[in-house]
Structures are given as C-alpha cells and as structure tokens.
Design a protein around this ligand. Structure first.
Ligand code: SAM
Ligand code: SF4
Length: 331
C-alpha cells in the first residue's frame, strides 16, 4: 500500500502535472512574456528522469492522475515516448496542448495509450488568434480539435476569458457543446509574471454564468471532489461546459495537485513562491523522497500563501502572484 502525500492542512495529494519542456510554438500574451528565456537542453529532465520521478510519485505515494504539459509538450521530440512511459503506470493520464502540431502526433499518442486531451483555444477568429497567440494557427488548431474527436479521444477545450479581448465569444464556445461531445472550460484570466494582468481584465466566473444564462438555460452537473471547475450543460446537448474561478473564488480547500517544472523543480501550488529542486538531488544520486514529503507538508492553505483577489475591493492586488510566467509552470 503506497504512503499518501498529506499536507499540514490534512489534504491528500493524488494528482501531478509534469511540464516536459518550457518552449512553445505559440506565444500567448497571457502566458509568455515577449522576452522569455528558455532552458538549455541539459537543464530539462530527460525522458528517463521523468519516468523515474513519475514512478516514485505513483508507486510510493499513490498518485493516481498525471497530466503532461509544457510550454508546449508536443515541441519536445520525445513527447510520444514520454506519454508511453507514463501510460504504462497505473494512472489516469492527460495531456494539455495548444494542438498546433497535434495532427503529426495523434496516431502515435493514441497508440502510446493517451485517451484524452485538453486543448487550449481562446477564439474562433483567425485574426484574433494571431493577436492573442502572436502566431498564426487558428485553422490548424480547429481542424485538430475535430480530428482528435474523430479519432475517439475525450476532448476538453480550455478558453482563457479576458474582458475586452474575447469575452464576446463565450456563446460561440457554448455552441461547441451543441455541435460535439466536447467539454469546454472557461478559465478566469490569472496573474503571472509578465502577462500584463489587471483586475479590469478579469471576466469573472459569475459574469460568465450570467452571460451564458441570458441566452441558454443550463443545469448543474456534479463535480469531482477535487475538481477546480464547476460543470454545467444545456439539457439535451452532447457536450458540457465548466467555469474555473481561480481568481475570484479559489478552490484551494480541496486542491490535490502537485507540479513539476521542466527543470525538475517541485511546486505544491500554482502560485507557489517556494520550489524544491528534485532533479539536482536525483542527479547527485540522493533519495528525493524526503524532499517530496517536505514540499507537500509545507503547502499553504490558499493561493501559495497570497491574499485572495476580491473584485469588489479596491486594495492592491499583486500583479505577479507567481514569480514565474505560466509558460514555465505548466498550468
Ligand atoms: N501549451 C499548452 C496549452 O496551451 O494548452 C500547455 C501549457 S499552458 C501553460 C496550460 C494552460 O494554462 C492552457 O490551457 C492555458 O490556456 C492556461 N493559461 C496560461 N496562462 C494563463 C493565465 N494567465 N490565466 C489562465 N490560464 C492560463
Ligand atoms: Fe504556449 Fe500554451 Fe502558453 Fe500559449 S498557453 S504560450 S500555447 S504554453
């Protein structure tokens, strides 16, 4: 029976996000600063190191869910091999991708054991896609969402909703759930290093639900106890949607997530200020288990110890809740 990773507030951790690379073939304004510096190849965890660390989390600590992310995980040449390694473990495996090159890897990923994919898409307008992502790619990403569905993968679409940028497209994304058995997730715009976040840009989850509810009647679905999202559906439609209110209503109380950056630093919260360097210890031949346990134990009750954002309050909100940009954390 594996030991459990329990923090000082009594929460058990069963879910791990592993970033396998910090580079990306898009440069979304909300995620990657323009002057982002990337890790050198030798600083990244190797495929073998990723497998070793993942096996420890699963075998010794009972982690049951692993999500592979980046940067863009599919820019890494051995991404499919890494998926195969993790798929061989007794975990629910997911991959978060911008889907720009998904068509090139889809068959490989499926035969490696991938069953579901989270795809980021923030707009249905090709011009707007270029403005948000600083690259072209809407048609390819859209086609790849349909291809993933066609090939039988479970598909979730993540949209970061930003006031004045794409909040007018919420209903178009809800339409996706009429057209396809897709789960769409509307995410509040979160502050990270270098992403020009401002309180005025946050389109709150309450506003999202009001906006959707002004046109569609929808019903609440039950949520997984550790879910970050509140799920709904328009009755009779094949897809579902959810809102993620990390900024205005953090779900820290039942969070069971841990994170590993591409250079092997463990974070116990998306907004952590503290990290534990597992990779250097592993490369020195040390036992990394005590480091993992100490990292989890130190987890703060909420938002990595930072104050909660209240849209109605005028006091100063830290604009860089994390010292890292999202691209180097992994989402
Ligand atoms: N490149 C992949 C992708 O775009 O899906 C994986 C990495 S990306 C950092 C993971 C998720 O973080 C994406 O769904 C992205 O939309 C989300 N994200 C990035 N910056 C964000 C922000 N400032 N607020 C909310 N979500 C953000
Ligand atoms: Fe790249 Fe994903 Fe960040 Fe966009 S959200 S810059 S696709 S890592």
């Amino acid at each position: 029976m594996p030991a459990a990773l329990i923090d000082r507030h009594g929460r058990t951790h069963r879910s791990l996000r592993i970033s396998i690379v910090d580079k990306c073939d898009l440069r979304c304004t909300y995620c990657m600063p323009e002057d982002q510096h990337f890790l050198r190849r030798e600083e990244l965890m190797t495929r073998q190191e990723i497998a070793t660390i993942a096996r420890l989390f699963v075998g010794r600590y009972g982690i049951t869910k692993i999500r592979i992310t980046g940067g863009e995980p599919l820019v890494r040449p051995d991404a499919v091999d890494i998926v195969r390694d993790i798929a061989a473990l007794p975990v629910k495996l997911g991959l978060t991708t911008n889907a720009l090159s998904l068509h090139k890897h889809l068959d490989g990923l499926i035969s490696a054991g991938l069953k579901g994919v989270n795809i980021s898409l923030d707009t249905f307008d090709a011009e707007r896609f270029r403005t948000i992502s600083r690259r072209d790619g809407f048609n390819q990403v859209h086609a790849n969402i349909l291809l993933a569905l066609q090939k039988g993968l479970r598909v979730k679409v993540n949209m970061v909703v930003m006031r004045g940028v794409n909040d007018d497209e919420l209903l178009r994304f809800v339409e996706l759930t009429r057209e396809h058995p897709i789960h769409v997730r509307f995410i509040e715009f979160m502050p990270f290093a270098g992403n020009h976040w401002g309180r005025d840009c946050v389109y709150t989850y309450a506003e999202m639900l009001g906006h959707i509810g002004s046109v569609h009647s929808f019903e609440k679905l039950s949520d997984d106890p550790h879910s970050t999202a509140k799920a709904y559906r328009v009755p009779g439609w094949p897809g579902t949607f959810a809102v993620i209110g990390t900024v205005t209503e953090p779900f820290c109380g039942n969070c069971d997530r841990l994170r590993l950056t591409a250079e092997g630093k463990m974070r116990n919260c998306l907004f952590s200020r503290e990290e534990t360097d597992l990779l250097s210890a592993l490369r020195r031949g040390e036992d990394i288990a005590p480091l993992i346990e100490a990292n989890v134990l130190a987890k703060h009750a909420m938002l990595g110890g930072l104050p909660q954002f209240k849209p109605e309050k005028e006091e100063e909100v830290p604009h860089d809740l994390s010292e890292r940009p999202m691209v180097s954390i992994g989402g």
